[in-house]
Ligand binder design. Structure first.
Ligand code: FAD
Length: 379
C-alpha cells in the first residue's frame, strides 16, 4: 500500500492552491455579498487548466481521474468553496456524457467546457422530488424524431449561466418499476420554451449560480438521449457514485481552510496576556479539528482512487461524502468559535466557510440519503 501522491499529483495540488491564493481574494467578498457569479475568474480557471479534470484528452481535457479532481477541488475550496464551485462546477452534469454519452455527443459537448466556451448543468431535482429523485415528473414525450419536454427543475447549479442541461426526464411512464421510467436528455439552454430564474438568498456558496428551470414544450432531437432510454435512474446513481468524491473534497478543503485561518488567528489573539494558542484547551480543539480533517481526506482520496481504478465502491463514496460534509460543518463551527466576535463579522473569511459548509450535508444527496446507501449495503 502506497499513501504517497505522485509527483504530478503534488504539482496539480500545488498549482490549484497557488491559483486560488492569487486569484480568489479579489473576488471573495464581492461575489459572496452580491451573489455574483464571476465570469472572468471562470475564464482564468479554464486557462489555468483547472476546469474539467476528468474530461478525456481526446475531448480537450487533461484526462485525469477523480483523485486529481478531488485534489484540485480541495485546494480551491481551502481558499473559497463558493468560488471553487463558481469556477470548476461549470462542468457539472457533463460527467454523464463522459460516462454514457455517444461519440458525437462527446465531440460536440465536452471540448467547449474545457476551453471556457460553454457551461453545463445537471438538472435532476424538482420542486417535489429531491431525495426521492425517482419521483421526478418532468416528461419527455416522443414526437417524430424529437422529444417534447415539459416540467420544472429546482436548485439547478449554473441554471441561468449554462449552455446546456443534462435533464432527468420520464420517458417510459408505463414501465413496471419506477426506477425504469427515466432517461437523461441534453437540452440546450437557448431553445424556445426553456426559461430560468436565479434563486437569491442562499446561506452560502453565494458565488455559485442556482436557479429554477422551466421546460415548456421544449423540442430536442432523440439523438440528445444520453445512454439508454429507461436507464436514467441507474445512470444517475452511477454518476453520483463518482461525483460525490468531489463533494467530499469540498468538505476537506473548506475545513482545512478554516483550520489554516484559525491557526493564524489563535497565535495573534491574546486573552489574559497570552496568545489563545498557548492554552491547552485551545490546542486540543485544534488537534481534534486536524484529526477529523485528516480522516476525511483519507477516505475521500481512497474513494476517488477506487473510482479511478474502475472499482467504484458506492458505500465508501457515500461514507466519504457524509463524513466529510458533517466534519466540515463541525470544524467550521469550531473555527468560528475560536475567532470569537470577530468570526461573526463578514470581514473575516471564517464566517463564509461556516455558511458554505452547510450545503455539503444537503446537495448531491442529503447526508440521510448517503446513510441509506451505506446501511443498505450493511445487510
Ligand atoms: C445550493 C444548491 C445547489 C444544488 N444544485 C443542484 C443541481 O445542480 N442539480 C440538482 O439536480 N439538484 C441540485 N440541488 C438539489 C439538492 O440535491 C436537493 O436539495 C437534495 O437532494 C435534497 O432534496 P430536497 O431539497 O428535495 O429535500 P427532501 O428530499 O425534501 O428532504 C428533506 C430532508 O428530509 C430528509 N429525508 C428525506 N427522505 C428521508 C428518509 N426516507 N429518511 C430520512 N430522512 C429523509 C433529507 O435528507 C433532508 O434532510 C441543489 C440544492 C442546493 C440547495
Amino acid at each position: 500500500m502506497d499513501f504517497d501522491l505522485t509527483e504530478e499529483q503534488r504539482m496539480i495540488q500545488d498549482m490549484a492552491y497557488k491559483f486560488a491564493s492569487n486569484e480568489f481574494p479579489t473576488y471573495s467578498q464581492e461575489c459572496d455579498r452580491e451573489e455574483k457569479w464571476p465570469r472572468d475568474l471562470w475564464k482564468k480557471a479554464c486557462e489555468a487548466g483547472l476546469v474539467g479534470p476528468v474530461i478525456p484528452e481526446e475531448y480537450g481535457g487533461p484526462g485525469y481521474g477523480f483523485l486529481e479532481a478531488a485534489l484540485v477541488t480541495e485546494q480551491l475550496s481551502r481558499v473559497d468553496m463558493g468560488l471553487c464551485l463558481a469556477t470548476t462546477a461549470t462542468v457539472f452534469g457533463s460527467e454523464h456524457i463522459v460516462l454514457f454519452g455517444a461519440e458525437a455527443q462527446k465531440k460536440k459537448y465536452l471540448p467547449p467546457l474545457v476551453a471556457g466556451e460553454a457551461i453545463s448543468a445537471g438538472a435532476f431535482t424538482e420542486p417535489d422530488a429531491g431525495t426521492d429523485v425517482a419521483a421526478g415528473r418532468t416528461k419527455a414525450v416522443k414526437d417524430g424524431n424529437d422529444y417534447v419536454i415539459n416540467g420544472t427543475k429546482m436548485f439547478i447549479t449554473n441554471g441561468t449561466i449554462c449552455d446546456y442541461y443534462v435533464v432527468f426526464c420520464v420517458t417510459n411512464p408505463e414501465a413496471e418499476k419506477r426506477h425504469q421510467r427515466h432517461s437523461l436528455i441534453i437540452v440546450e439552454s437557448n431553445l424556445p420554451g426553456v426559461s430560468s430564474t436565479k434563486i437569491r438568498g442562499k446561506m452560502g456558496i453565494r458565488a455559485s449560480d442556482t436557479a429554477e428551470v422551466v421546460f415548456e414544450d421544449v423540442r430536442v432531437s432523440q439523438e440528445n438521449l444520453v445512454g439508454e432510454e429507461g436507464r436514467g435512474f441507474h445512470q444517475l446513481m452511477h454518476f453520483f457514485d463518482a461525483t460525490r468524491t468531489t463533494v467530499a473534497a469540498q468538505g476537506v478543503g473548506v475545513a482545512q481552510g478554516a483550520l489554516d485561518r484559525t491557526l493564524r488567528y489563535v497565535q495573534e489573539r491574546k486573552t489574559f496576556g497570552q496568545p489563545l494558542a498557548s492554552y491547552q484547551g485551545v490546542q486540543f480543539q485544534l488537534a481534534e479539528m486536524a484529526t477529523k480533517i485528516e480522516l476525511a481526506r483519507n477516505i475521500t482520496y481512497k474513494a476517488a482512487w477506487y473510482v479511478d481504478q474502475g472499482r467504484t465502491n458506492p458505500s465508501l463514496n457515500a461514507m466519504a461524502k457524509y463524513f466529510a460534509g458533517e466534519m466540515a460543518v463541525w470544524v467550521c463551527d469550531k473555527a468560528l468559535q475560536l475567532h470569537g466576535g470577530y468570526g461573526y463579522i463578514d470581514e473575516y473569511d471564517v464566517q463564509r466557510s461556516y455558511r458554505d459548509a452547510k450545503i455539503l450535508e444537503i446537495y448531491e444527496g442529503a447526508k440521510e440519503a448517503e446513510k441509506m446507501t451505506i446501511s443498505r449495503r450493511l445487510f
